[in-house]
Write a protein that binds this ligand. Structure first.
Ligand code: SF4
Length: 317
């Protein structure tokens, strides 16, 4: 069978919402951000932590974070260095800085209440379209399509008959998901959570568990006999070991553990390749994740002086 096109199936598929809601009622994981009364601030923090980081690693860090900073103002009242320190090893630590910056705006301009409207959420530092919609839907119960990589994969397979979703496209993905949402905002939010859960647990990238899938009877890709895709394959994740990301993480670990500035000499101890080390340090300084101060480097406290590091200076000593 030939692959269906979006134009064949971009309309509403009434079976999808009902099947997802019924499945989610019994299969959903008990996750902190799904519990009744979970605050909007917690939803925002969890959504940012969940970008690029697995659920199991996020949960303990999120719980610690919210105990320490139960509102945006609590976080904003401390320096950004504390956010980066508490981020620990969740990866992509610019998210900690963004969260701190967003917390400051929420505290100052929104009376310490996470905004509800998508445009207001988008105006927060570091908040993208996905996160803004996710907060509006999962924290406030509003009706918006929310599309992440798991949702795109389920939509591609179940409705479009394709094995992989291809590159993200808001123009294509949002109307397709919107068409699947019931009119009721409450049910629409459940459908959004359920389709994400299906993509995370059942319709996974490799070896989807079709026998356990609540929508298998209607799945276009399955019905077509799982044809191979003709689109571009998703890019492979780049290797972490030996990458600049690894070196950045090692430098940040030094800065996190230090009560006083970390010296050039101490930083040189973390990685043997001076050029790569200099590049990683400069990128941390450029990103605002490290500051050059008298005597060395610290996490960002807003007291930067001119950086003194260069790879050539390191290799000469
Ligand atoms: S039947 Fe298989 S491929 Fe289709 S949506 Fe379910 S898990 Fe995914």
């Amino acid at each position: 069978m030939t692959r269906r096109t979006a134009s064949h199936s971009a309309g509403q598929s009434p079976w999808l919402a009902d099947a997802l809601i019924a499945w989610y009622a019994t299969a959903a994981r008990d996750l902190p951000w799904r519990r009744p009364g979970f605050p909007a601030w917690g939803t925002l923090v969890s959504e940012i932590m969940l970008q690029q980081t697995q659920v199991a690693r996020v949960i303990p860090r999120l719980e610690t974070w919210l105990r320490r900073w139960p509102t945006a103002r609590d976080l904003a009242s401390e320096p950004p260095s504390e956010a980066v320190r508490a981020w620990d090893r969740l990866g992509y630590p610019r998210r900690a800085l963004n969260l701190h910056a967003a917390a400051s705006v929420i505290a100052d301009r929104h009376d310490n209440v996470v905004p509800r409207a998508v445009p207001d959420l988008l105006a927060l530092p570091g908040i993208g379209d996905y996160t803004a919609r996710a907060v509006a839907v999962f924290a406030y119960g509003d009706r918006h399509p929310v599309v992440d990589v798991n949702v795109r994969r389920v939509l591609a397979r179940a409705l479009l008959g394709a094995p992989e979703p291809g590159a993200a496209s808001a123009k294509r993905d949002l109307p397709l998901m919107e068409a699947q949402l019931p009119d009721s905002p409450e049910r629409a939010a459940i459908v959004s959570a359920a389709i994400m859960e299906l993509g995370a647990l059942v319709c996974v990238a490799r070896r989807p568990a079709c026998d356990a899938c609540p929508i298998s009877a209607h799945c276009a890709w399955r019905s077509a006999g799982y044809p191979a895709g003709d689109g571009p394959r998703a890019p492979k994740q780049s290797r972490f070991a030996g990458s600049d990301r690894q070196v950045r993480g090692l430098i940040l670990a030094e800065l996190r553990g230090a009560e006083i500035p970390v010296t050039d000499a101490e930083i040189r101890m973390v990685w043997p390749d001076a050029e790569q080390l200099g590049r990683a340090l400069r990128s941390l300084l450029d990103d605002g994740l490290a500051e050059a101060v008298d005597g060395g480097y610290t996490l960002p406290n807003g007291s930067a002086s001119s950086p003194g590091w260069s790879s050539s200076s390191s290799s000469s000593s």
